[in-house]
Design a protein around this ligand. Structure first.
Ligand code: BJW
Length: 223
């Protein structure tokens, strides 16, 4: 079976990485316009680097949980799995999932705003860092901010549109275009979340509960 999976912050919540819109989520403590837009970065790059430096440190100290591990097991099965994540952490890859599509970029990668070179980010980035390719001090986290186009959209839309099963796990469905992917699905659709998301009505089936319990149980039905 061809399976396209979209994950969000809820899949990493039980690894200790904060979600965005839950109680105590990141957007209750930070102004997203200041830390997750190109305009905010232009106004105050040090503030934005501090925000992502702290999240990079949290990510480095986190470990994949049972949901990440189960999804990696599914990728080893006879099913053809495409794993798309909105998460900028690297926990899917560290659990063993191959070829993860990071539609909102990666904390552990850096991007030059001048020449578009990409490289492994140091744990701590600074506005004065020079790009290793062009030498300009214009380096930023390789993150897709509001108003920027998410990565690999053609690959993602093709995977979702041709899948027998589309599954969204641990995402509030508040952010587009990820939230609209369910509309492209022609096969069965399944939402796995703690509670119904903003687009819950668009899904055929639902499994509610913590990802570390529900995802391994669901994967066990397929492998
Ligand atoms: C659990 C759990 C557990 C908890 N087990 N579950 C008006 C209408 C429509 C669209 C727009 C609009 N105005 C502007 C837009 C576009 C905008 C947008 O969508 N804005 C909305 C806020 C309205 N989108 C963009 O700008 C995007 N770009 C774009 O549209 O370009 C145009 C274009 C697209 C395509 C083709 C051509 C052109 C870019 C969006 C970039 C998003 N960036 C962020 C931050 C950067 C990354 C980072 O710093 O980490 O990405 S925002 C933030 O939200 C982050 C996430 O990836 C993203 C989604 O959040 P997610 O993962 O859903 O987390 P939460 O916290 O919202 O939800 C957690 C869920 O988990 C909850 O449901 C819990 O119940 C659940 N949960 N614990 C299971 N243990």
């Amino acid at each position: 079976m061809k399976i396209a999976i979209l994950t969000g912050a809820g899949v990493s919540a039980e690894s200790g990485l904060g979600t965005f819109r839950d109680k105590d989520g990141l957007w209750t403590r930070y102004d997203l316009n200041e830390v997750a837009t190109p305009e905010g970065f232009a106004r105050n790059p040090a503030l934005v680097h501090d925000f992502y430096n702290a999240r990079r440190a949290n990510c480095a100290g986190a470990t994949p949980n049972a949901a990440h591990t189960a999804l990696a097991q599914l990728a080893q099965s006879a099913h053809e799995v495409t794993l798309i994540t909105q998460n900028v952490d690297d926990l899917h890859a560290r659990a063993g999932s191959p070829d993860v599509i990071h539609m909102h970029g990666q904390l552990m990668r850096a991007l030059c705003a001048v020449c578009a070179a990409r490289w492994d980010a140091p744990l701590k980035m600074d506005p004065a860092d020079a790009c290793p390719s062009c030498g300009q001090a214009a380096t930023r986290p390789d993150i897709v901010w509001f108003g920027e186009v998410p990565y690999a959209m053609d690959t993602i839309m093709d995977a979702v549109g041709t899948a027998d099963l589309f599954v969204a796990i641990g995402t509030s469905a508040e952010v587009y275009p990820a939230a609209g992917l369910v509309e492209l699905a022609k096969g069965q659709t399944l939402e796995i979340n703690l509670e119904p998301s903003a687009r819950a009505n668009a899904f055929d089936d639902h499994l509610f509960g913590p990802a570390t319990k529900v995802v391994p149980a669901w994967v066990a039905t397929l492998c």
